[in-house]
Design a protein around this ligand. Structure first.
Ligand code: GLU
Length: 446
């Protein structure tokens, strides 16, 4: 089992799914998980990108059993393999115009092509796809060594798998068509290929192949937005596989226990961002409050505009359970609580317009100022006072509280209002209500 990413400074969710399936399989059968960095493309290869791969795999809970192998350090071995193909006549040299050149010694300016045997049917058993066959007559004499003196992907990948003792290679379906070439190549080198399992394509809601341009496909971006690794790994594990009992949200240990590589299906797998968000909400709600706050810390700290004297931990702790019920990502937390810590509620023009645009908004705010000047400072009393206020204006609570919520929090959507408003001092609540009321006179929203 191995994961063989190219370090491009970006880890595609599809690659993460491949890594995870290799890891789950390795752990489920007691095999070894190997990591190979396919860093032979010098233009794209960057050391930080390798660290990002380690970092993101570790974040997902994937570990590996040996020192990672760097493909760039295996150039001599790749050259040796090409030379042996040349020596046996399985490959030939060719010039820039693709004309065969006699000889068996690699030279700058000459590429090497594998000599495709005529009339062969190449078949192999893919664990996912079943028996796959290709006619060698449909395949070209492919390049194994470039004129610039480097091995091609097919050659390096095939030789490295064999040298690393890879028994099972789980990878993306896009690589399936290269397999017959690899099989012939390894046959010419006198070695056995690994067992292949090609995972189904990932598609978006429109059933189109995930694309970097259209879809959110960067694993690192999901992490940055506050997805929990448990939720992400759980969702990725279901892309092409499902447990027999259909219980989808479950600990990785159970997935490892239930996983059978032969149960992976061929149908394109829907990378469902809505489902992922739902999973994430479930995992967030399962955290203890302390753990929720600890994990949210990076997103709170990020809001550097907060005056430190206002970020009172006790307020955050009081609010954490109600926010935890609501957020879908840890990154949402700032939007839910920032109003408590900022000197003034955050500016949100849409919310202002929506809540303050009604004819009743000024009267509602006037009443709220009077009401909250004297109401008891508990969530229950604040709630009861708002109910009475709504009744006085002939409105449902939701409508009546909208201008109050926006005056205090800036947004029409947020944590439960009465639980959270009493976390501010009464004086601060009144100040914000009055500010909103004055602003309504100066710049009516309607
Ligand atoms: N290096 C390839 C990639 O990043 C994967 C190769 C393989 O799994 O065989 O797509």
């Amino acid at each position: 089992m191995r994961f063989a990413p190219s370090p491009t400074g970006f880890l595609h969710v599809g690659s993460a799914r491949t890594a995870l399936f290799n890891w789950i399989y390795a752990r489920s059968v007691g095999g070894r998980m190997l990591l190979r960095i396919e860093d032979t493309d010098e233009a794209r290869n960057q050391p930080e990108a390798v660290d990002l791969i380690y970092d993101l795999l570790t974040w997902l809970g994937i570990d590996w059993d040996e020192e990672p192998v760097f493909q760039s350090e295996r150039r001599e071995r790749h050259r040796e393999a090409v030379e042996s193909l040349l020596a046996s006549g399985a490959a030939y040299l060719c010039d820039a115009d693709n004309r065969p050149v006699a000889g068996t010694a690699l030279r700058p300016g000459l590429a090497t092509r594998f000599r495709m045997p005529a009339g062969r049917t190449v078949s192999f058993d893919d664990v996912v796809r079943g028996e796959v066959s290709f006619a060698s007559d449909d395949l070209e004499d492919f390049v194994v060594w470039r004129s610039g003196g480097t091995a091609t992907f097919l050659l390096a990948n095939a030789v490295d798998d064999v040298d690393m003792g890879v028994t099972d290679a789980i990878r993306g379906e896009d690589l399936l068509s290269g397999v017959p070439k690899v099989i012939l190549l390894l046959e010419a080198l006198g070695v056995e290929p690994p067992v292949y399992a090609h995972l189904p394509l990932l598609v978006n809601a429109a059933r189109k192949k995930l694309s970097k341009r259209r879809d959110d496909v960067s694993l690192g971006d999901y992490r940055a937005r506050g997805y929990l690794p448990e939720a992400m790994a759980n969702h990725l594990a279901l892309l092409g596989w499902g447990p027999a009992d259909d219980v989808e949200i479950r600990p990785m240990a159970e997935i490892v226990e239930q996983f059978r590589l032969a149960d992976v299906n061929r149908a394109p797998a829907f990378f469902d961002t809505k489902k992922l968000e739902h999973f994430n909400g479930v995992y967030i709600r399962a955290l203890s409050t302390g753990e929720f706050l600890r994990r949210s810390a990076p997103w709170l700290g990020e809001r550097a505009s907060w005056p430190p004297e206002r970020t009172r931990p006790e307020v955050l702790e009081a609010l954490a359970p109600v926010v935890q019920e609501k957020v879908r990502t840890l990154g949402d937390i700032g939007r839910y609580v920032d109003w408590l810590f900022l000197a003034d509620p955050p500016e949100d023009a849409d919310s202002w317009k929506k809540a303050m645009g009604s004819e009743q908004a000024p009267a509602l705010l006037d009443d709220a100022i009077a009401t909250y000047a004297t109401a008891d400072w508990t969530p229950e009393a604040a709630h009861a006072a708002a109910l009475a206020l709504a009744e006085r204006h002939g409105l449902k609570l939701g409508k009546a509280q909208a201008p109050i919520r926006v005056a205090l929090t800036g947004h029409t959507v947020g944590p439960p209002l009465f639980e959270s408003m009493v976390l501010l001092d009464r004086a601060e609540v009144l100040r914000r209500l009055r500010n909103a009321r004055t602003r309504l006179d100066l710049e009516p929203a309607g």
